[in-house]
Design a protein around this ligand. Structure first.
Ligand SMILES: [Zn+2]
Length: 357
Protein backbone atom coordinates (compact mmCIF):
# COMPACT_ATOMS: atom_id res chain seq x y z
CA UNK A 1 0.00 0.00 0.00
CA UNK A 2 1.27 3.46 -0.92
CA UNK A 3 2.23 5.84 1.81
CA UNK A 4 0.99 9.41 1.58
CA UNK A 5 4.48 10.53 0.66
CA UNK A 6 4.70 8.09 -2.24
CA UNK A 7 1.31 9.25 -3.43
CA UNK A 8 2.43 12.87 -3.42
CA UNK A 9 5.61 12.04 -5.27
CA UNK A 10 3.51 10.28 -7.87
CA UNK A 11 1.38 13.35 -8.29
CA UNK A 12 3.55 15.07 -10.88
CA UNK A 13 5.75 17.36 -8.87
CA UNK A 14 3.26 17.97 -6.10
CA UNK A 15 5.81 17.32 -3.42
CA UNK A 16 8.02 20.11 -4.69
CA UNK A 17 5.24 22.69 -4.32
CA UNK A 18 4.55 21.54 -0.80
CA UNK A 19 8.19 21.37 0.19
CA UNK A 20 8.94 24.94 -0.92
CA UNK A 21 5.96 26.83 0.45
CA UNK A 22 3.43 25.49 2.85
CA UNK A 23 0.56 27.74 1.75
CA UNK A 24 1.09 27.25 -1.96
CA UNK A 25 0.55 23.67 -2.87
CA UNK A 26 -1.01 21.39 -5.35
CA UNK A 27 -4.32 20.02 -4.29
CA UNK A 28 -3.60 16.31 -3.98
CA UNK A 29 -7.29 15.46 -3.83
CA UNK A 30 -8.18 17.09 -7.12
CA UNK A 31 -5.02 15.76 -8.75
CA UNK A 32 -6.18 12.28 -7.77
CA UNK A 33 -9.67 12.99 -9.06
CA UNK A 34 -8.38 13.99 -12.51
CA UNK A 35 -5.80 11.27 -13.01
CA UNK A 36 -2.49 13.02 -13.58
CA UNK A 37 -3.64 16.56 -14.24
CA UNK A 38 -1.89 18.73 -11.73
CA UNK A 39 -4.02 21.56 -10.43
CA UNK A 40 -2.15 24.48 -8.99
CA UNK A 41 -3.57 26.07 -5.87
CA UNK A 42 -2.25 29.15 -4.07
CA UNK A 43 -3.54 29.81 -0.58
CA UNK A 44 -6.58 27.62 -1.13
CA UNK A 45 -7.47 29.10 -4.52
CA UNK A 46 -7.20 27.22 -7.79
CA UNK A 47 -5.02 29.22 -10.18
CA UNK A 48 -5.37 29.03 -13.94
CA UNK A 49 -1.77 28.73 -15.11
CA UNK A 50 -0.64 30.01 -18.49
CA UNK A 51 2.56 29.17 -20.37
CA UNK A 52 3.40 32.01 -22.77
CA UNK A 53 6.47 30.34 -24.26
CA UNK A 54 5.51 27.12 -26.04
CA UNK A 55 6.63 26.24 -29.55
CA UNK A 56 4.83 24.36 -32.26
CA UNK A 57 5.13 23.84 -35.99
CA UNK A 58 2.79 23.72 -38.97
CA UNK A 59 4.31 21.32 -41.53
CA UNK A 60 2.05 22.49 -44.40
CA UNK A 61 3.46 26.00 -44.04
CA UNK A 62 7.06 24.82 -43.64
CA UNK A 63 6.77 22.85 -46.88
CA UNK A 64 6.40 26.15 -48.77
CA UNK A 65 9.98 26.96 -47.71
CA UNK A 66 11.17 23.41 -48.43
CA UNK A 67 11.58 22.76 -44.72
CA UNK A 68 10.72 19.75 -42.62
CA UNK A 69 9.66 19.78 -39.01
CA UNK A 70 12.54 19.14 -36.65
CA UNK A 71 11.83 15.94 -34.74
CA UNK A 72 11.99 17.82 -31.45
CA UNK A 73 9.13 20.18 -32.30
CA UNK A 74 5.87 18.42 -31.64
CA UNK A 75 3.24 18.74 -34.30
CA UNK A 76 -0.21 19.97 -33.61
CA UNK A 77 -1.45 16.53 -34.66
CA UNK A 78 0.13 15.29 -31.44
CA UNK A 79 -1.91 17.57 -29.23
CA UNK A 80 -2.60 14.72 -26.84
CA UNK A 81 1.14 14.37 -26.02
CA UNK A 82 1.33 18.08 -25.47
CA UNK A 83 -1.71 18.11 -23.21
CA UNK A 84 -0.30 15.21 -21.20
CA UNK A 85 2.93 17.14 -20.62
CA UNK A 86 0.91 20.23 -19.66
CA UNK A 87 -1.17 18.16 -17.23
CA UNK A 88 1.94 16.75 -15.57
CA UNK A 89 3.53 20.17 -15.17
CA UNK A 90 0.40 21.94 -13.98
CA UNK A 91 -0.02 24.08 -17.11
CA UNK A 92 -3.66 24.85 -17.89
CA UNK A 93 -3.24 26.95 -21.02
CA UNK A 94 -0.42 27.22 -23.54
CA UNK A 95 0.01 30.27 -25.77
CA UNK A 96 1.44 28.66 -28.90
CA UNK A 97 4.06 30.40 -30.99
CA UNK A 98 6.19 29.58 -34.02
CA UNK A 99 9.75 30.82 -34.37
CA UNK A 100 10.11 32.72 -37.65
CA UNK A 101 11.86 30.73 -40.39
CA UNK A 102 10.12 32.64 -43.22
CA UNK A 103 11.79 36.05 -43.00
CA UNK A 104 13.57 35.48 -46.32
CA UNK A 105 10.39 34.52 -48.20
CA UNK A 106 9.23 36.68 -51.11
CA UNK A 107 5.97 38.53 -50.64
CA UNK A 108 3.63 36.07 -52.41
CA UNK A 109 5.12 33.01 -50.69
CA UNK A 110 5.07 34.82 -47.34
CA UNK A 111 1.43 35.73 -47.80
CA UNK A 112 0.40 32.13 -48.48
CA UNK A 113 2.65 30.65 -45.77
CA UNK A 114 1.29 32.94 -43.06
CA UNK A 115 -2.31 32.37 -44.15
CA UNK A 116 -1.90 28.60 -43.85
CA UNK A 117 0.00 28.88 -40.60
CA UNK A 118 -2.45 31.19 -38.85
CA UNK A 119 -5.39 29.12 -40.08
CA UNK A 120 -3.82 25.95 -38.62
CA UNK A 121 -3.01 27.69 -35.36
CA UNK A 122 -6.64 28.78 -35.12
CA UNK A 123 -7.80 25.22 -35.82
CA UNK A 124 -5.50 23.83 -33.11
CA UNK A 125 -6.92 26.32 -30.61
CA UNK A 126 -10.51 25.59 -31.66
CA UNK A 127 -9.96 21.85 -31.13
CA UNK A 128 -8.97 22.44 -27.47
CA UNK A 129 -10.24 25.92 -26.68
CA UNK A 130 -9.69 25.68 -22.93
CA UNK A 131 -6.07 24.50 -23.33
CA UNK A 132 -4.61 26.55 -26.21
CA UNK A 133 -4.46 30.09 -27.46
CA UNK A 134 -1.94 31.19 -30.08
CA UNK A 135 0.16 34.09 -31.26
CA UNK A 136 -0.38 35.07 -34.90
CA UNK A 137 2.59 34.75 -37.22
CA UNK A 138 3.45 37.61 -39.59
CA UNK A 139 5.88 38.20 -42.46
CA UNK A 140 7.79 40.99 -40.76
CA UNK A 141 10.18 41.34 -43.72
CA UNK A 142 7.23 42.97 -45.51
CA UNK A 143 6.09 45.35 -42.75
CA UNK A 144 2.88 46.58 -44.41
CA UNK A 145 1.85 42.99 -45.16
CA UNK A 146 2.77 42.04 -41.58
CA UNK A 147 0.41 44.74 -40.27
CA UNK A 148 -2.40 43.31 -42.44
CA UNK A 149 -1.62 39.76 -41.34
CA UNK A 150 -1.64 40.80 -37.71
CA UNK A 151 -5.06 42.40 -38.03
CA UNK A 152 -6.40 39.36 -39.87
CA UNK A 153 -4.82 37.02 -37.32
CA UNK A 154 -6.60 38.75 -34.46
CA UNK A 155 -9.93 39.62 -36.08
CA UNK A 156 -10.49 36.74 -38.50
CA UNK A 157 -8.67 33.86 -36.80
CA UNK A 158 -9.18 34.82 -33.16
CA UNK A 159 -5.47 34.64 -32.32
CA UNK A 160 -4.52 36.51 -29.14
CA UNK A 161 -1.26 38.25 -29.91
CA UNK A 162 1.63 38.07 -32.35
CA UNK A 163 5.09 36.53 -32.28
CA UNK A 164 8.19 38.10 -33.80
CA UNK A 165 11.92 37.35 -33.98
CA UNK A 166 14.51 39.54 -32.28
CA UNK A 167 15.73 40.80 -35.67
CA UNK A 168 14.71 40.45 -39.31
CA UNK A 169 17.45 39.38 -41.74
CA UNK A 170 20.01 41.39 -39.77
CA UNK A 171 17.78 44.44 -39.43
CA UNK A 172 16.74 45.76 -36.03
CA UNK A 173 13.11 45.84 -34.96
CA UNK A 174 13.62 49.53 -34.16
CA UNK A 175 14.25 50.32 -37.85
CA UNK A 176 11.62 52.84 -39.04
CA UNK A 177 10.60 50.42 -41.80
CA UNK A 178 8.88 48.34 -39.08
CA UNK A 179 6.85 51.27 -37.72
CA UNK A 180 3.67 50.21 -39.60
CA UNK A 181 3.79 46.89 -37.78
CA UNK A 182 4.36 48.44 -34.36
CA UNK A 183 1.60 50.97 -35.02
CA UNK A 184 -0.85 48.16 -35.78
CA UNK A 185 0.21 46.14 -32.71
CA UNK A 186 -0.27 49.21 -30.54
CA UNK A 187 -3.62 50.04 -32.13
CA UNK A 188 -4.92 46.49 -31.58
CA UNK A 189 -3.52 46.42 -28.05
CA UNK A 190 -2.20 42.87 -28.45
CA UNK A 191 0.79 41.22 -26.83
CA UNK A 192 3.90 40.89 -29.01
CA UNK A 193 5.95 37.84 -28.01
CA UNK A 194 9.57 38.40 -29.04
CA UNK A 195 11.74 35.30 -29.37
CA UNK A 196 15.38 35.42 -30.46
CA UNK A 197 16.32 34.21 -33.91
CA UNK A 198 18.93 31.46 -33.86
CA UNK A 199 20.68 33.34 -36.66
CA UNK A 200 20.24 36.73 -34.98
CA UNK A 201 23.05 38.03 -32.81
CA UNK A 202 24.83 34.74 -33.38
CA UNK A 203 25.11 35.39 -37.13
CA UNK A 204 27.79 38.04 -36.67
CA UNK A 205 29.53 36.11 -33.93
CA UNK A 206 29.35 32.66 -35.46
CA UNK A 207 33.05 31.89 -35.36
CA UNK A 208 33.35 32.99 -31.74
CA UNK A 209 30.32 30.96 -30.65
CA UNK A 210 31.64 27.68 -32.05
CA UNK A 211 32.88 24.90 -29.80
CA UNK A 212 31.62 23.29 -26.65
CA UNK A 213 28.72 24.76 -24.71
CA UNK A 214 26.19 25.42 -27.48
CA UNK A 215 27.11 29.07 -27.11
CA UNK A 216 25.04 30.21 -30.10
CA UNK A 217 22.03 29.15 -28.04
CA UNK A 218 23.30 29.46 -24.43
CA UNK A 219 24.47 33.06 -24.80
CA UNK A 220 23.65 33.90 -28.45
CA UNK A 221 19.88 33.78 -27.88
CA UNK A 222 19.77 35.98 -24.75
CA UNK A 223 22.27 38.31 -26.42
CA UNK A 224 19.96 38.72 -29.42
CA UNK A 225 17.12 39.62 -27.06
CA UNK A 226 19.35 42.05 -25.16
CA UNK A 227 20.33 43.82 -28.38
CA UNK A 228 16.76 43.93 -29.71
CA UNK A 229 15.32 45.42 -26.50
CA UNK A 230 18.19 47.91 -26.23
CA UNK A 231 17.51 49.26 -29.73
CA UNK A 232 13.77 49.52 -29.06
CA UNK A 233 14.64 51.62 -26.01
CA UNK A 234 17.55 53.74 -27.29
CA UNK A 235 16.15 54.38 -30.80
CA UNK A 236 12.96 55.75 -29.28
CA UNK A 237 10.61 53.05 -30.61
CA UNK A 238 9.02 52.60 -27.18
CA UNK A 239 8.53 56.37 -26.92
CA UNK A 240 6.91 56.51 -30.36
CA UNK A 241 4.55 53.62 -29.52
CA UNK A 242 4.05 53.90 -25.75
CA UNK A 243 1.08 51.53 -25.72
CA UNK A 244 3.06 48.56 -27.04
CA UNK A 245 2.92 45.40 -24.98
CA UNK A 246 6.07 43.41 -25.68
CA UNK A 247 7.00 40.17 -23.92
CA UNK A 248 10.65 39.17 -24.26
CA UNK A 249 11.59 35.49 -24.08
CA UNK A 250 14.07 34.01 -21.61
CA UNK A 251 13.60 36.65 -18.95
CA UNK A 252 14.56 39.44 -21.36
CA UNK A 253 18.00 37.97 -22.00
CA UNK A 254 20.78 39.79 -20.20
CA UNK A 255 19.22 43.25 -20.14
CA UNK A 256 17.43 43.07 -16.75
CA UNK A 257 20.58 41.54 -15.21
CA UNK A 258 22.66 44.63 -15.94
CA UNK A 259 20.15 47.36 -16.66
CA UNK A 260 21.88 50.08 -14.63
CA UNK A 261 24.70 50.18 -17.17
CA UNK A 262 22.19 51.31 -19.80
CA UNK A 263 21.32 54.28 -17.57
CA UNK A 264 24.99 54.98 -16.89
CA UNK A 265 26.05 55.12 -20.56
CA UNK A 266 24.15 58.33 -21.30
CA UNK A 267 25.45 59.95 -18.12
CA UNK A 268 29.04 58.88 -18.69
CA UNK A 269 29.14 59.49 -22.45
CA UNK A 270 26.24 61.84 -23.29
CA UNK A 271 27.49 62.30 -26.85
CA UNK A 272 26.86 58.59 -27.51
CA UNK A 273 23.15 58.97 -26.80
CA UNK A 274 21.92 60.77 -29.89
CA UNK A 275 18.18 60.30 -29.37
CA UNK A 276 16.41 62.09 -26.53
CA UNK A 277 14.38 59.61 -24.49
CA UNK A 278 11.36 60.35 -22.35
CA UNK A 279 12.56 58.12 -19.53
CA UNK A 280 15.68 56.49 -18.16
CA UNK A 281 16.45 53.22 -19.99
CA UNK A 282 15.74 51.14 -16.88
CA UNK A 283 12.29 52.70 -16.60
CA UNK A 284 11.35 51.09 -19.92
CA UNK A 285 12.25 47.74 -18.38
CA UNK A 286 9.25 48.23 -16.09
CA UNK A 287 6.80 48.48 -18.98
CA UNK A 288 8.01 45.43 -20.91
CA UNK A 289 7.00 41.87 -20.08
CA UNK A 290 9.28 38.84 -19.61
CA UNK A 291 8.86 35.11 -19.36
CA UNK A 292 10.05 33.41 -16.20
CA UNK A 293 12.69 31.15 -17.81
CA UNK A 294 15.62 32.22 -15.62
CA UNK A 295 16.07 28.90 -13.79
CA UNK A 296 16.76 29.81 -10.15
CA UNK A 297 14.81 31.53 -7.36
CA UNK A 298 17.59 34.12 -7.06
CA UNK A 299 17.42 34.98 -10.77
CA UNK A 300 13.64 35.32 -10.57
CA UNK A 301 13.93 37.46 -7.44
CA UNK A 302 16.32 39.77 -9.29
CA UNK A 303 14.08 39.93 -12.37
CA UNK A 304 11.19 40.92 -10.12
CA UNK A 305 13.34 43.55 -8.44
CA UNK A 306 14.36 45.09 -11.76
CA UNK A 307 11.08 44.89 -13.66
CA UNK A 308 8.25 44.38 -11.15
CA UNK A 309 6.29 41.20 -10.51
CA UNK A 310 3.46 42.55 -12.67
CA UNK A 311 5.72 42.19 -15.75
CA UNK A 312 6.58 38.50 -15.44
CA UNK A 313 4.62 35.69 -17.06
CA UNK A 314 5.32 31.98 -16.87
CA UNK A 315 7.19 30.27 -19.71
CA UNK A 316 8.49 26.75 -20.33
CA UNK A 317 10.03 26.75 -23.86
CA UNK A 318 8.14 23.52 -24.51
CA UNK A 319 8.96 21.12 -26.17
CA UNK A 320 12.60 22.00 -25.58
CA UNK A 321 13.43 20.45 -22.22
CA UNK A 322 15.03 23.43 -20.49
CA UNK A 323 12.69 23.05 -17.54
CA UNK A 324 9.73 21.00 -16.37
CA UNK A 325 9.30 22.91 -13.14
CA UNK A 326 8.18 26.39 -14.16
CA UNK A 327 5.24 26.23 -11.76
CA UNK A 328 7.44 25.18 -8.83
CA UNK A 329 9.99 27.84 -9.71
CA UNK A 330 7.35 30.52 -9.13
CA UNK A 331 5.80 28.76 -6.13
CA UNK A 332 9.22 28.20 -4.57
CA UNK A 333 10.83 31.63 -5.02
CA UNK A 334 10.96 33.25 -1.57
CA UNK A 335 9.69 36.74 -0.88
CA UNK A 336 6.71 36.77 -3.24
CA UNK A 337 3.17 37.40 -2.02
CA UNK A 338 0.37 35.03 -2.96
CA UNK A 339 -1.03 37.70 -5.28
CA UNK A 340 2.33 38.01 -7.04
CA UNK A 341 2.56 34.25 -7.51
CA UNK A 342 -0.97 34.10 -8.92
CA UNK A 343 -0.18 36.95 -11.32
CA UNK A 344 2.99 35.28 -12.59
CA UNK A 345 1.52 31.80 -12.81
CA UNK A 346 -1.27 32.97 -15.07
CA UNK A 347 -3.22 36.03 -13.96
CA UNK A 348 -1.20 38.58 -15.92
CA UNK A 349 -0.93 36.40 -19.03
CA UNK A 350 -4.68 35.69 -18.94
CA UNK A 351 -5.41 39.43 -19.01
CA UNK A 352 -2.89 40.09 -21.79
CA UNK A 353 -4.14 37.19 -23.93
CA UNK A 354 -7.85 37.47 -23.27
CA UNK A 355 -8.10 34.13 -21.46
CA UNK A 356 -11.15 33.75 -19.27
CA UNK A 357 -10.33 33.23 -15.59
ZN1 LIG B 1 11.85 29.23 -27.15
Amino acid sequence: MNTRREFLEDTAGAVAGIAFVGCSMVSAASAQAQARRREVVVNGRRVKTVDVHAHCAVPEAMALMGRKVEPQTLLMSQASDRIRAMDEQGIDVEALSINPYWYKAARDVARELIRIQNEKLAEACAANPDRFVAFATVALQHPDLAAEQLEEGIKKYGLRGVSVGGSVNGEELSDPKFHPFWAKAEQLGVLVFMHPQAAGAAADLQSRLRGSGGLENAIGNPLETTIALSHLIFEGTLDRFPGLKICAAHGGGYLPSYGARSDAICVTFPDRCTKALKKKPTEYLRQLYYDSIVFTPEALRHLVAETGSSQIVMGTDYPFPWTRTSVDHILGTPGLSDAERVAMLGGTAAKLLGIKA
